[in-house]
Design a protein around this ligand. Structure first.
Ligand code: C5P
Length: 290
């Protein structure tokens, strides 16, 4: 069985001061994009994970295997054994790009194994397991467009944005998420008291790229730029070249801007191609069109 695991971008990401758990409360509009890993699942005598990218560890720390182990435990509680499988991961989503690749792989694992299980677990149980695996994992059970709150685990599906495409810029830098949040605290960036104010999401969803882009904020940008100043320079350079706002996704390093039509994003990608890895990507695509 082949299944795709799409990446996400955080169109908008507001972050508050850390709670007693150490995690940061956030309000984020997240959207899947047409950049996808593929998971190929087949029956096997024992559960094993392989990946075509040798830099990715396929051990028990990998979120895919952690998702399998969590499902096995939960299935056993219901009195049944989960069938053993081989999962072959075809990795496309860059690591440390703020695009949620590992989280999407984990959510996809939960969904596809649950579908093949004779005694499927309920959506609520899957959601709880997803939240235990990581802050971004629950979003991928819902997609393609949702407002995520709490530490990311409260997911409210929302209308997909009117712009149909993103230009995604992949600087080839792996940003460590915990370090970005630590820098966020060091710089006291969570002290802006309006971080929790929710915009009129349904109105935002009907705005064109030109109207929406200036409203979008990512509170982690100053923290990521303090760790990796070249990202700040790159963003300024891209904004000047493209004549439009450019934002960072998640804790970086990926940058993006939006276009109403995919052809406009393709033209911008052509303009940048010789300088940096940039791709025209569909926003919130139907599974059949990625
Ligand atoms: O939940 P996840 O394992 O993806 O989070 C990775 C790290 O990012 C956490 O250990 C924490 O340092 C930081 N984080 C945070 N607040 C969030 C999400 C992540 O501080 N809402």
């Amino acid at each position: 069985m082949r299944s795709i695991a799409p990446a996400k971008i955080n169109l908008h990401l507001r972050v508050g001061p850390p709670t007693s758990t150490g995690f940061h409360p956030l309000v984020s509009w997240m959207c899947t994009i047409g950049l996808c890993d593929t998971l190929v699942v087949s029956p096997a005598p024992q559960t094993v994970l392989t990946c075509d990218d040798s830099t990715l560890a396929c051990d028990e720390e990998n979120l895919i295997l952690r998702a399998v182990r969590a499902l096995e435990r939960e299935a056993r509680l219901t009195g049944f054994d989960l069938p053993t499988v081989k999962i072959a991961l075809e990795k496309i989503i860059p690591l440390g790009g703020g695009l949620g690749g590992g989280s999407s792989d984990a959510a996809t694992t939960l969904m596809i194994l649950n579908e093949t299980f004779k005694h499927p677990l309920s959506p609520n149980v899957l959601h709880r397991m997803a939240a235990e695996l990581g802050s971004d994992v629950p979003f991928f059970l819902h997609g393609p467009s949702a407002i995520c709150m709490g530490r990311g685990e409260i997911v409210q599906p929302t209308a997909t944005p009117r712009p149909k495409a993103a230009l995604l810029i992949l600087p080839g830098i792996a940003m460590p998420t915990p370090a970005v949040y630590r820098k966020f605290d060091e710089l006291r960036l969570g002290e802006d008291s309006d971080w929790a104010t929710e915009p009129a999401w349904t109105k935002w969803a009907i705005f064109s790229a030109e109207a929406l882009l200036p409203l979008l904020v990512n509170d982690l940008e100053p923290a990521a730029f303090a760790i990796e100043p070249t990202l700040k320079t790159l963003r300024a350079d891209l904004e000047q070249t493209l004549h439009r706002p450019v934002r960072m996704s998640g804790s970086g390093s990926s940058l993006f801007t939006l276009f109403d039509e995919i052809d406009d994003a393709k033209r911008a990608a052509d303009q940048l191609r010789s300088r940096i890895d940039s791709r025209a990507i569909r926003l919130a695509p139907q599974k059949s069109s990625v």
